[in-house]
Design a protein around this ligand. Structure first.
Ligand SMILES: [Zn+2]
Length: 83
């Protein structure tokens, strides 16, 4: 089994043991993910009031979610799983 396979398996294991609200590392660069809430209407008029999960290193992100945000973290974590 290759090293890449080992890493993938470690990710899947991590997904099973995630705490609520916990975010997996970025699937692309391994960077730390963070939730971004768009709260400045002047800077982000299109995304104002929405939230997304974004990598702090390569800045890949989920779609911006408005209103119903319970799926926000899982949408990021599912993306990591299905890379
Ligand atoms: Zn990244």
């Amino acid at each position: 089994m290759s090293e890449a396979d080992d890493k993938m398996l470690a990710r899947l294991d991590a997904l099973d043991t995630l705490e609520p609200g916990e975010l997996l590392p970025c699937p692309f660069c391994g960077g730390t993910a963070e939730r971004i809430d768009f709260q400045d209407e002047e800077v982000e008029p299109d995304n104002f009031g929405g939230s997304c999960i974004s990598c702090t290193q390569c800045h890949v992100s989920t779609a911006v979610v408005f209103g119903f945000k319970e799926t926000l973290h899982s949408s990021w974590n599912e993306r990591v799983r299905t890379k």
